[in-house]
Design a binder for this molecule. Sequence first.
Ligand code: GLA
Length: 732
Amino acid sequence: MRFNLTICTVLFSAFQAFAQNSPVVIPLETTQNALVLQADKDNYLGIIYFGKKLGQPTEYQQIPAQSRQRDGNAGTYNSAYTPAGSWNVSEPAIQVTQGDGNKSLDLVYVSHKTVKENDNVSLTSVVLKDPVYPVEVTLHYKIYAQENVVEQWSVISNNGKAPLTLQKYASANLYFTGKDFYLTHYNGTWAKEMNPEEEHLTAGIRVLDSKLGTRANLFQPPSFMLSMDKPATETSGKVLLGTLAWSGNFRMDFEVDSYHNLRLIAGINNYASEYPVSGNQEFKTPAFIYTFSENGKGEASRNLHNWARKYRILDGEGSRLTLLNNWEATYFDFNEEKLSGLFKDGKKLGVDLFLLDDGWFANKYPRNNDQAGLGDWQENIKKLPHGIGYLVKEAKNAGIKFGIWVEPEMVNPKSELYEKHPDWVIKQPQRPEHYMRNQLPLDLSNPEVQNFVYGILDKLFTENPEIAYIKWDCNAITFNAYSAYLEKSKQKQSQLYVDYVKGLYKVLEKLRAKYPKVPMMLCSGGGGRVDYEALKYFTEFWPSDNTDPLERIFMQWEYSYFFPAITQSAHVTDWGKQPSKFRTDVAMMGKLGYDIVVSHLDEKDLQFSQQAVSTYNAIKDVVWHGDLYRLVDPKENDFSSLMFTTKNKERAVLFSYLTGNRNGDGSEIAFRLEGLDPAKKYKVRELNLYPGTKTAIKEDQVYSGEFLMTAGFNPVVSARRTSVIIEISAVQ
Ligand code: GLA
C-alpha cells in the first residue's frame, strides 16, 4: 500500500527541552491507547506509560510521580531500548562490540519527529545516540490510529569507520507496570499446530524463541497474547496481542522485574547470529506489531484483522479463489489423463481453480516420492509429456483456472541440482548431513541461489502466463547451519540465519514487482512459517496439514486471534470421522478448498458439496471481510460457536459445532450473539443443510438485534445436528 506523504513533521530535540526547562515527553497515541516515552534529566529515554490514552496529554508527565517504586534500580527497567555493557545491567535490547573491541554501549535521547502519512497513519522516529562511540539507534513507531495497531522497529547506525558487531538487536523494548501478567503462547509440531498455554508470569525471564531457521515456527510461532491484571476474556480485560514480522529465528524475552512490572524485548533471535555493520552502514530490524485493548481479546483481534487486511496482507481486502487440490487425492501418482479428469471434477464441484501439488517435476531422479527430485524444476516427461502448458490449456478447456505447487528453497540430495551445485546447499563441510523429509535448504544468503529461486517462478509464469495460483512450500528446518558462499565471500557465518531471510524477501520482492497479483499460499508443511512480513507477499497460508475438522475448529480458533479468515486456507479432505457436512462447514469458516476424490462422492455428498460451494460464494464476503466474534470457546465447552458480521451490521453468519461427544452435549440453551445492531430487526435462516434434512430453527421469526445479543439465540447444536450454519440478515 502506498500513501501520498503529507509531511507534517514536528521535530523536537533534547536541546529545545533544555531551553524550555521541561522534560521531553513523547506520547504515541492511537484512538484508544497511548505509549508514552519520556527523557529524564540525563536524557535517558524511558517508558512512563502504556495503556488507555488520557484526554489531556499534558497529564502524562504526572505519571512517574505516582510511583513509589524508586530505589537503586530506578530508570533501569523501563528503558525504551536497553543498551548493554554500561550502567544499565538489565536484559538488553541491544548489545554490541565496538570496532576497538570495547563491549559497551550507552544511549541517550537526541531528537524525535513525527511524519503524518495520512489521517490515520503516522510515523514517529526517535533518535538515540551513544555519547562516546559513533553509534546511533533510531526507534520507529508507526501508528495506525483507527486500528489501534503499532508497528515498531529500530535502525542501528554505525556512524564511524570501524566495523561494529551486533550481539543482540531487538525490534522493540516495552515496559508494562502492573501486578499480574498472563502470557498465552503456542506450541506444536507437524499436524499439531497452535496449542495454546496460558501462564502467570513469575519473577525472572520467560523466553519464547525459535532456532529452527527455515521452518522457524514448527514448534512455536512468534505470536502471543499478554493479559494484564487478570486473564482477559473475549469481551473483557486488558490484553496485548503481539507478533514479530520475521520469517526466521525470533526471540521474545518477558521479564518480570524486581518491582513485578513486565519488560518485553522482541526481535530476531541473536542465537548464533552476531551481525556485522560496517562503517557508515545501518541495520534495520524487522517490525514487532502489536495492538492493545481494554475490552478483551475479541476487540484486540478485530483491530489486528482490520489493520492486516487494509495495510499488510497482499490483496487483504480483495477476493480469493476456491480450489480443488490433488495432494491427498493422488499424492505423487498422477499423469495427464488423471489430471484432466480432476479438472473436470473441479468444474463439476464448482470451484474456481485446480491446484496441482507436489510430484510434477524432475527426470533423472523423478519426484515420485519425497526422497528425490526436489530442486529439478523441469516437468517430469513420463507423467507430463506435454508439459505444464498443456495442463493449463486442458484446465481452461474444462472451465477452471490452474495453479501449481513449488518448494523452491529446498533440495533433495538425490537431485541434479545437488550434484551440480553442492555449494548452494546449507550443510557443514565436515559433518554428516542431517535431513528433515529427506531434504536440505538451499543457501539463500547467496545471490546466485536467490536468482535460481526467482528463476523457477519466473520461468513458470513466463512460459505459462495463465498460471493463476502458487502454493509455496518449505518443509525442512535448518540443521548444520553453514554457508559456503559466506565463507568464500569472506563474510561471517553468523550472518547466515539473518541473511537467509533477507535473501528470501529479496526474491519475493522481485517476484512481486513483476507479478504483483497472482495469489500465493504460504505453506511450510502446514503452519511452520506464518508471519506478517511474509504475508506482504502472500495472500493466504496453510495452517496445518491436519485437516481433521475437529482439530481444525481448535486450530483455526487460535490462529484467528492473529490472522483474519481470508488468510486461512481450509480444505475439505478425508481426514477425521465427521460427515461431509461437518467437514465442509468447518472449511467454510476460512478460505474454502477441497482435497478429495470428487468421483468417490456418492450422489448425495456430491449434490451437497456443489450446493456448499455456491452457498460459500454467497457468504464468503462476510467471512473474508467481516468482523469476527468468537462466542463459545471449544476449549471450555462441549460445542463451539463464532460469527462474522458485515461492517454495516446488515448480515452475519454464525458457525456452530459439536465438539464433545457425551450424551446431552450441545447448545442446550441460548447464548449471546455479538456485533449486531440492537435496533435492527433480523431474520435467521439455516444454510448448508444436507440434502433430505430439515432445519430445527424457527425461520419465520424476526428478532431484534437487542434480543439476539441479550436473550441470545440457540442454533440447536446436538448429536443429531453436529454442525450448523445460520445466516442472519437485517429486514426492513
Ligand atoms: C507439505 C504440505 C502438503 C503437501 C506436501 C507435498 O507437507 O504441507 O500440503 O503440499 O508438502 O509434498
